[in-house]
Design a protein around this ligand. Structure first.
Ligand SMILES: Nc1ncnc2c1ncn2[C@@H]1O[C@H](COP(=O)(O)OP(=O)(O)OP(=O)(O)O)[C@@H](O)[C@H]1O
Length: 370
């Protein structure tokens, strides 16, 4: 579709997208590239100049606009709450419009407050009595109240600080896991797009589509210099977030408990570094073997063990981060209880990265039919 505003501005130019069902599609791009216009054409707050939007094969213009909008939750920056209504009544707005009784609408609103992580004690407050992050949660709850299949979100988390923002993003992913809505999410923040999107549409100024792909593919194969530039400088490192750490070959020989005897220490003396653990197996720090004396290991003398990773849960990026942070250059793998299960060198992580890259390249070739 195309949108030309009456003053001649072409906000969206021949954009064609197939938005996947029950997934998060992110529209991202620089300011003024037509993200909001695109989103608003979906619920007909803006009418396209040319083209059409099909929802489950049906042109959205065939439906009365009110019916259409009630089937689509809409969340905006600063939440856009009704200031003179309590939190519970804000959330109950659409169910009430749909003719639910006050009691039923409020019961639904209370259930949603819990779902989005809002304390029920906030129900009787007014929006100005809530923090920015809490207000955004109310905005999400209100959009979900009538259980619409589609959720449109326009920079919903842009007005809050980075810590609150991360919490809201995690919450959205959790809710999406449970509810499986078809979400279209607008942001100008590429990191947010990569974290949340099942697919990401990168738009360029003038409302043209630069690339539409899953985040891992954007990072590994940006379509052109504009997309590459928009993705930022540390694209290679960020890409590692999509590679699992499960296949890393871990070594256990360099791990010794703090009460290791002389024979044990001597048997491990060829390792460049040893990881000393407490008696429960939790890492304490690294040391070169010849600096350790049996029966007299001082935890204060050990080198920092960086940030450990959980194989199978964490990505290669986390594992590499652990190795880079540790002065020994080795990353520590732990289990769910924080006990060391193995160690791995930067070199081995490097080899795993190369192997992962060639797997992706092979898959891309298969996909391209070569
Ligand atoms: N009502 C309007 N009349 C004329 N031009 C408009 C109108 N609304 C938006 N535009 C223009 O259309 C272009 C796209 O705007 P839009 O708000 O869709 O971009 P955006 O990508 O959401 O931007 P931002 O990230 O800054 O919110 C811009 O050049 C904007 O100035």
């Amino acid at each position: 579709m195309t949108k030309r505003y009456p003053d001649g501005t072409v906000a969206v130019d021949r954009l064609s997208l197939e938005i996947p069902d029950r997934a998060i599609t992110v529209l991202v791009g620089p300011s003024g590239c037509g993200k909001t216009t695109t989103l608003r054409m979906i619920n007909r707050m803006v009418e396209p100049t040319e083209g059409s939007i099909l929802l489950d094969g049906q042109d959205v213009r065939r439906q009365p606009v009110n019916t259409l909008r009630r089937s689509m939750g809409y969340v905006i920056q600063n939440a856009g709450l009704f200031q003179h209504r309590t939190i519970i009544d804000n959330i109950a707005t659409v169910p009430r419009l749909l003719g639910w009784t006050k009691q039923k609408a409020r019961a639904r609103a209370a259930e949603l407050m819990e779902r989005v992580g809002l304390d029920s004690a906030l129900a009787k407050r007014y929006p100005y009595q809530l923090s920015g992050g809490q207000q955004q949660r109310v905005g999400v709850a209100r959009a979900l109240a009538a259980d619409p299949p589609v959720l449109l979100m326009d920079e919903p988390f842009s007005a809050v600080d980075p810590v609150v923002r991360k919490g809201l993003q995690d919450e959205l992913l959790r809710i999406q896991d449970e509810l499986g809505k078809t979400i279209v999410f607008v942001t100008h923040d590429i990191d947010e797009a990569i974290k949340l999107g099942t697919k990401v549409a990168v738009l360029r100024t003038g409302g043209r589509l630069a690339q539409f792909a899953p985040p891992a593919e954007l990072l590994s194969a940006p379509a052109d210099a504009f997309v590459e530039d928009f993705l930022g400088a540390d694209r290679g490192i960020r890409r590692l977030s999509f590679f699992p750490s499960a296949d890393l070959e871990l070594q256990t020989a360099p791990i010794v408990p703090i009460d290791a005897d002389a024979a044990k220490l001597a048997s491990r003396a060829t390792a460049p570094y040893l990881l000393v653990t407490d008696l429960d197996g939790r890492p304490l720090g690294w040391s070169e073997p010849d600096r350790l004396t049996a029966g007299a290991i001082d935890p204060e003398q050990l080198l920092d063990f960086g940030r450990p990773f959980l194989p199978g849960t964490d990505s290669l990026r986390t594992a590499l981060d652990g190795a880079v942070l540790s002065p020994a250059g080795w990353a520590v793998a732990v289990d769910g209880e924080g006990r060391a299960v193995g160690v791995v060198s930067q070199q081995v992580i490097g080899e795993a990265i190369r192997a992962a890259h060639s797997r992706v390249a092979e898959q891309a070739e298969v996909k391209a039919g070569r």
